[in-house]
Design a protein. Structure first.
Length: 426
């Protein structure tokens, strides 16, 4: 079932028996977009394998092509070859369109500031509503010119470089993507870059991931800066997406089944593999080895009190699991996800309440009390994670429908087909 073939409203059916399956989700969106940009800035031709092909990564592919990189795509083999280009030698204006992709937009804005020519960055209305102010101010502090033709701190933005300073303050509490974008541009800045965080950094594992991908392309970054240097072409294998894996691990815990996600071993770069730790705290059995993670549901789930600041993309997944626990679940530390594709705190609480679940929204998270969801057509707010997480409620409850299921094309076009295969037993 491709995304294009999905109906406008998708009706789900409860599983007939606990699943027993092994699957490998597509490549990590977060790693794919980091690797594509590093390859586009590198000398020589890089080969990336395990690439995710979804709306967000297609936005990055289009952008690096517009910047002058030569790109050869083989979707069937999930492979991309990229011949890099040096943005510091660019001439003439360029316009980049990031669609709905926050990683694409926030990673590329500092790259535009390396160019000695005007670059315009724009996106879909959903992305235009997301904040860019801290990154705009950082680039100005580094010496770039930034125009805001519509609304301050919002797309579209026009940037003219080059930057000529090497130190900058940056708030960390809104999004780690601002820091990651600056870090990837840092080696091509004349003085390198040193960032001084003015507030606590959220989603720390994503910055660690950024530094690891940069290292694979020949550049050392310490998480808060990098010395002047140049990326080198590399052969780079992208691991499966841990955020996507969370839905299948949760499905096992909810249904009392057993699901193995292959390719996410102990050496994973992604912080979201720690979602399995939360399921273990709730009572599921979890085993890990060099090749993957297996979750087995035990039929009992406990409510937990958990800070998910470092694994916030799995918070909505946990909300669906919490509905099936034996007590309340309190999630903390994720107030910043109000500024994602939608206000994810308000959205998930609103939808669970519509299904008759006792849920409360807090400044920094939510509380979910267990219950039996009533038949409900869930709104998804154009947010892929709303669609994927709320679909888990249909594994045990009848009458669950997902409005606009095609929004999963943003990061996981084959999600519903994979969920169906993983939860069906012959």
């Amino acid at each position: 079932m491709s995304t294009a073939s999905l109906p406008p409203v998708l009706a789900l059916s409860p599983v007939e028996q606990p699943p027993d399956a092994t699957l490998r989700p597509p490549g990590s969106k977060s790693i794919t977009n980091r690797a594509l940009l590093c390859a586009a800035l590198a000398e020589g031709t890089s080969t990336l394998t395990g690439v995710l092909f979804a709306d967000d990564t297609r936005a990055m592919l289009g952008a690096i092509t517009a910047l002058g990189a030569e790109v050869e795509v083989d979707e069937a083999a999930t492979t991309v070859k990229v011949r890099g280009t040096d943005p510091r030698t660019a001439s003439g204006p360029v316009t980049l369109y990031a669609n709905q992709s926050g990683t694409t937009a926030r990673f590329l804005l500092p790259t535009l500031a390396l160019r000695p020519a005007r670059g315009v960055l724009d996106g879909d209305a959903q992305l235009r509503a997301r904040p860019f102010g801290p990154l705009v101010e950082a680039l100005r502090a580094l010496g770039a010119q930034v125009e805001e033709p519509a609304e301050a701190g919002r797309l579209p933005l026009a940037v003219t470089g080059p930057v000529h300073r090497g130190r900058v303050p940056l708030p960390g509490h809104l999004s780690s993507q601002f820091l990651s974008g600056l870090l990837m541009a840092a080696p091509l800045m004349p003085q390198g870059l040193a960032v001084e965080l003015t507030s606590a950094l959220v989603s720390v594992p994503y910055v660690t991931m950024t530094a690891a991908v940069m290292s694979a392309f020949g550049v050392d970054a310490d998480g808060l800066g990098a010395a002047p240097g140049r990326y080198r072409a590399a052969e780079y294998a992208i691991e499966p997406d841990a955020s996507a894996a969370s839905y299948f691990l949760a499905a096992a815990a909810i249904t009392g089944g057993r699901i193995t996600v292959a390719g996410l071993g102990a050496a994973s770069l992604q912080g979201d593999v720690r979602f399995a730790d939360v399921l273990e705290r709730m009572g599921a059995r979890v085993s890990r080895d060099a090749d993957g993670i297996t979750v087995t549901g035990t039929g009992t789930l406990r409510g937990v009190d958990v800070d998910m600041a470092d694994i916030s993309d799995t918070a909505q997944t946990l909300a669906a699991v919490a509905v099936h626990a034996d007590g309340p679940t309190r999630v903390r530390g994720i107030g910043f996800i109000r500024h994602k594709e939608t206000d994810r705190l308000a959205a998930v609480v609103t939808e669970l309440r519509r299904a008759g679940i006792d849920a409360q929204e807090h400044d920094d998270g939510f509380t979910i009390n267990p219950g039996a969801p009533a038949p409900t057509r869930f709104a998804t707010y154009g947010d892929h994670r709303m669609a994927m997480s709320l679909s888990l409620l249909g594994l045990r409850s009848a009458g669950i429908e997902i409005d606009d299921p095609r929004c999963v094309a943003k990061t996981y076009p084959g999600f519903f087909a994979d969920l169906s295969r993983a939860t069906a037993r012959a």
